[in-house]
Design a protein around this ligand. Structure first.
Ligand code: SF4
Length: 300
């Protein structure tokens, strides 16, 4: 809501700074969506003269927009009969039509889209799609309410007793473990933070220097010494934080490292930039960092 209030039009979003856009998105996760929205707003504003594309194919060309979003926008906003296929629709349609293809495979979406294209309302496709998603969520749910279902006489899964076996999904999401040892360099009132690269999670958000790996403290301190070139004092070691992303299980420990205020200003620029507490509050940060900052008394 804050996001929509701040950028009520495409042009306003297009002219915003990326840092500000990410800060407003903070806490919502999936930060690539915010970056893609921003890029797309600029593209529409600068290249398409501020006019949003009005067909499925043109919407699909926008950065970060896949078949699901393109079909949702095209059907709801432009009345184009394009079926939306999300997890709820996969479940409902696979049971109703008795489709046994593996929904974990890319090509299966096309099979569902083709099947649904034959039955989608030509006069109210947006309403049809919203009803499909809602029905899959509320009635044909993981524990289907077949007794109350409008379609229980014609549903293939109900007739064959396949409700719990459909949809078929063989591929499980692979979740990897990561260990992050954060080095929180501070002189007591300023902190060194860095903007994350685009090749990892939380791209372009701000966090602290990190040494990655399930390492012993000696190894972490040795690497810290190499990084700093001068003495430092470990002031505090945090509890272990656990943070779950869709594909990663992160364990993080924060080492608050006191550096003399004279020395901290001379820290090499590749380590990061110096920010006051007030400035940190306005930086876009991953939730994990927000949680740590709150624990040390910085509400951001
Ligand atoms: S009868 Fe059961 S399985 Fe079939 S569509 Fe209805 S709720 Fe889903």
């Amino acid at each position: 809501m804050k996001f929509v209030e701040a950028y009520p039009t495409i042009d306003e979003l297009a002219s915003a700074e990326e840092r500000e856009v990410l800060r407003l998105w903070q806490g919502l996760g999936y930060y690539s969506r915010a970056r893609n929205l921003h890029t797309t707003a600029k593209y529409i504003s600068e290249t398409l003269n501020g006019v949003f594309p009005d067909s499925y194919e043109k919407i699909l060309d926008l950065k970060g927009v896949g078949p699901y979003t393109a079909a949702a926008i095209a059907s709801i906003c432009f009345n184009e009969p394009r079926p939306v296929v999300d997890g709820n629709v996969f479940r409902f349609a696979s049971r109703y039509f008795g489709i046994r293809e593996d929904i974990g495979k890319q090509k299966t979406r096309i099979i569902f889209e083709k099947r649904l294209s034959k039955v989608i309302s030509k006069t109210a496709p947006g309403l049809f799609n919203q009803a499909m998603m809602e029905y899959g969520s509320k009635v044909c749910s993981p524990s289907p309410q077949c007794g109350d279902c409008e379609f229980n006489l014609e549903c293939v899964a109900k007739k064959k007793g396949l409700q719990t076996r459909l949809p078929v999904k063989t591929k499980k999401t692979k979740v990897s473990d990561r260990f992050l040892n954060y080095l929180v360099f501070t002189d007591g009132s300023n902190f060194i933070m860095r903007r994350r690269s685009k090749n990892d999670v939380w791209a372009h958000l701000f966090d602290f220097n990190v040494i990655e790996g399930d390492l012993g403290k000696e190894e972490i301190f040795r690497k810290t010494r190499e990084m700093l070139d001068h003495d430092f004092l470990i002031e505090e070691e945090s509890q272990k934080f656990q943070h779950l992303l869709s594909h990663q299980r992160i364990s993080a420990v924060f080492y608050k490292i006191r550096i003399d205020s004279g020395q901290i200003k001379n820290v090499k620029s590749d380590i990061g930039e110096l920010f006051s507490v007030e400035e940190i509050v306005n930086l876009p940060k991953p939730k994990l960092i927000v949680n740590y900052l709150e624990q040390i008394g910085i509400k951001s």
